[in-house]
Write a protein that binds this ligand. Sequence first.
Ligand SMILES: *Cc1c(COP(=O)(O)O)cnc(C)c1O
Length: 344
Amino acid sequence: MTAAAEKTAPAPQRPAFGTVLAPLMAVATYQNGRWGQAEVRPVGPLELSPAAHVLHYASTCFEGFKAFRHADGSVHVFRMARHIERMRQSARQLVLPQPDAAQLAEMVTTVIARCRDSVPEAPGALYLRPLLIGTTANIGAAATPASEAMLLVLASPVWDYFAGGMKPLRILVDDVNTRSTAQMGMVKTGGNYAAALGPTLAARAEAQVDQVLFCPGGEVQETGAANFLLLREGALLTRSLDGTFLHGVTRDSLLTLARDQGFKVEERVFTVAEMLEWAKTGEAALSGTAAVLAGVGTLIHRGSEHRVGSGEVGAVTRALRAQLVAIQQGTAPDRHGWLTRIAG
Ligand SMILES: *Cc1c(COP(=O)(O)O)cnc(C)c1O
């Protein structure tokens, strides 16, 4: 679809991202030092002690990734193993029982297979949401890890993220607040989103922005739920991996595609000043599973507005996004083995 067609096509009314669940979920529990057999059951309320560790001490982490329906009807999950590995890493950091990689993969593929009818046609997808929570009933366990846990896999049909057109984002550059702590930045854990919410809502009210880009100490990190990339023809700059931010699988995939076509890809620490200089003639974008790559049109720093390039979603941003989406949707070859086909 051309940019013009994208803007004028009537957008069918679809539920907002994440508000609809597929009918089934997979559940496994950890007790006495081991994971029990997983079961698939209708989505419904959980039975949980009000003293459950997660409710008091935030022992929780999650994942988010997608399965796609290709034109031939087959269904494929994108980079499942990588997401499972990241969840195991989150669990280790939170001292929660680690999910077994093979068991979690089986839970994910079973939910997709049994909810196959819920996988939308492209550009929609089935969003997968594994969730791990500490369930030990003990309100005196502030400094004790949960010895019991529950692992769930939810699925949610999602539709075109840009159904309303690709609007360039307004971003507040915050060089004071942090979104997380140094040791929890790379963990996909509930508390981090609660921590980013206050500054994000305040920025929305004060500067009518979409998101806050956290840059503690003047170093560019990421927004509340997406990584940050600077782009221009043949070049990409993003923060190097460290414990302060979430290591996005979309980020990794886009960097791989950029390197494949000879981009100069730089991963290093860079400052707000350098970002604003780049933005004069370059592009900026947010990356994550939900939107893949969303262009930034304006950066607001200490009360001044800085237009990014033309102020519209840039050509490099659009092209890179289209390449990754084509692999996910099966219209371009999967050269890196990122897709897992669901049997049936
Ligand atoms: C999930 C997430 C991302 C994006 O990760 P993807 O693997 O690309 O979806 C980036 N930042 C934060 C804080 C996140 O929670």
